[in-house]
Design a protein. Structure first.
Length: 577
């Protein structure tokens, strides 16, 4: 049992000017954290208790999944990063430092290099594989604009694990075990979460999943299927095949004047054709000056990640300037279409347009559009040369690619990310083993990250109201708050103390608010710090022989006889576990 009066909790009514998100505001107000420098925070006792509870859950599940804990240094020598090729590539997010001998180091944002260096010195044979090493440790990423408190700090706590294998099937098994362990962690924390397929992006590798805590205030959009559980982040999400339509040919192609109408809405209104009957043509330019012409259905948004993935060897794809648009269309911007382009370009067509018959599109001529366009009859050159692929952002109500039911879009905060790395690091750093046939091979690796501070911030984003935090019990700094309402009244003060002590003796972590403060202050602070179960001892209710119990989530008060309070509190805590 801990007494508030002799512990360290300093709440504040002030919201710091740089606290843009609610979790950051509430953590500062509740006295969980204080900023030391931009993106660098102290974990105050209340915040540290919650962090330790989360770390205990994470360690329990990692150990149960067969991972082995170690601790690697925060400061890492440059040589290892030069070997992996990341010293140059990582950019300014890598905090580089020099020691007194002018040797270069970095403060590690991640530990692939260090763990690979450890393993290559110790492990030589397939008989010593596989294994999975993890740590919970402080990392540093020199974000250009650190924000959102613990959600995107520069210095942060993270659980990272690295597995090493002789064969891909062995990596698959560990990857599945980590996926299951992560699910158990978030379930044990009583958090709503979703698992989505992620783009492997610059890390490479064959497979990657993100774990997102859902919250209306979340930073990323996630597509998921309530029917079958399919999930993907919006950059990656796919939909079921577009339905085919009748094969009947439309009436003959017509050119229609559309003076000054360059937007889908304007053209749609003038022609009386709905947006899903229009084909939108977008023209991009690569860093090498090639043009990329992409067509999508008029009511859909092109997804620039999918577009970039469609032209993987071109960097920095951007919308082409007016003169380049004229070069290929012969018209000002806003009148491009797939019929009669004049010049070479990479042609891409979204699958949404393939089944369209008799669509409208720009005429590649100022102030004109075409209607009744048929791919085979009128635009065969484009249709034949284009690559047909998925280029649009999947949205609410699109059919699921697995089961066909309507997809939903939810917002979330990424708290975990697992990757099949393959041999990217082991090959670059010669982390090899001898296989059964005696041949030397690079080890196959997986890596598994889980943001510790970030998960707590996400828990608050998901669980709060206007008055403060509503901790899920497993992450709460204390399970029960006993409020001694009238500490100057010896009888009620003794009863509060006795209740808190005896709950503590039963194994609960209890905070006793024994401060000499007005009831209003105590209740405001109690709501702010968000301890899930509350017992109020004192005042009229105590004079009538009872103690008031409530849950932070609904704040509905129940008065129970003093003698029954302990049993009722134990029961309430049990139900929240
Ligand atoms: Zn589905």
């Amino acid at each position: 049992m801990i007494r508030w009066s002799s512990w360290y909790i300093h709440t504040t009514r002030e919201i710091p000017a740089d606290a843009e998100v609610v979790s950051h505001q509430l953590m500062v107000r509740a006295g969980m954290t204080r900023k030391v420098a931009a993106g660098i925070y102290s974990y105050l006792p209340l915040g540290w208790r919650s962090l330790r509870k989360l770390m205990d859950i994470v360690r329990r599940e990692m150990d149960a999944a067969g991972a082995v804990e170690l601790a690697m240094p925060a400061v890492q020598p440059a040589e290892l990063w030069v070997e992996s090729g990341r010293w140059q590539k990582y950019g300014k997010e890598l905090l580089r430092i020099r020691d007194r001998h002018d040797r270069e180091f970095c403060f590690g944002p991640t530990h692939e290099e260090v763990v690979t260096d450890i393993v290559r010195r110790d492990v030589k044979s397939y008989r010593q594989l596989p294994f999975n090493l993890y740590q919970i440790q402080t990392k540093f990423r020199d974000e250009i604009r650190p924000r959102f408190g613990w959600m995107r700090g520069r210095e942060f706590l993270m659980k990272d694990a690295y597995s090493f294998h002789a064969a891909p099937e062995s990596l698959d098994a560990t990857y599945e075990a980590m996926d299951a362990a992560y699910r158990r962690v978030f379930e044990a924390c009583r958090l709503e979460y979703t698992v989505v397929e992620a783009d492997t992006g610059t890390i490479g590798g064959s497979s990657s999943h993100e774990f997102m805590v859902t919250a209306a205030t979340g930073e990323s959009a996630v597509v998921h299927c309530p029917a079958c559980g399919y999930g993907a982040n919006q950059e990656k999400a796919e939909r079921a095949a577009w339905p085919s339509v009748g094969a009947a040919a439309p009436p003959p192609l017509e050119r229609v004047p559309t003076p000054g109408r360059t937007t889908i809405a304007d053209v749609s209104a003038l022609l009386g054709v709905p947006a899903d009957g229009l084909v939108k043509t977008l023209i991009y330019e690569t860093d090498r000056g090639e043009l990329v012409v992409a067509v999508v259905r008029g009511d859909r948004e092109i997804n620039e990640v999918k577009l970039q993935n469609a032209v993987p060897d071109a960097l920095h794809l951007r919308l082409a300037p007016e003169e380049r648009v004229r070069e290929i269309t012969g018209a000002p911007a806003g009148f491009a279409g797939p019929v009669g382009l004049r010049g070479a370009a990479i042609l891409l067509a979204d699958l949404s347009t393939r089944e369209m018959r008799g669509f409208a599109c720009g005429a590649n001529e100022a102030d004109a559009h075409l209607v009744n366009v048929d791919w085979q009859r009128d635009a065969a050159a484009f249709a034949g040369a284009a690559r047909w692929l998925d280029l649009v952002t999947v949205g609410e109500g699109d059919p699921c690619p697995r089961c066909g039911e309507a997809l939903a879009v939810v917002r979330g905060i990424e708290v975990g990310h697992i990757f099949k790395l393959g041999d990217r690091y082991s090959r670059a750093m010669q982390c090899t083993f001898t296989d059964e046939a005696g041949a030397e091979q690079p080890m196959i690796m997986g890596c598994y990250g889980l943001g510790i501070g970030r998960t707590l911030a996400a828990a608050i984003e998901q669980n709060h109201d206007a008055d403060g935090i509503i901790w899920p019990l497993p992450l709460a700094p204390f399970s029960v708050l006993v409020v001694s309402l009238t500490p100057k009244d010896p009888e009620s003060a003794r009863a509060a103390e006795a209740l808190a002590t005896s709950l503590g003796a039963r194994g609960l972590d209890v905070l006793l608010d024994d401060r000499d403060e007005r009831p209003g202050v105590k209740f405001k602070d109690a709501d702010l710090i968000g301890i899930p179960v509350r017992a109020v001892v004192g005042g009229k209710s105590f004079a009538a022989g009872s103690i008031e119990l409530s849950l932070r989530r609904d704040r509905e008060k129940v008065a129970v006889p003093v003698g029954e309070a302990e049993a009722r509190l134990l029961d309430l805590v049990d139900r929240l576990r």
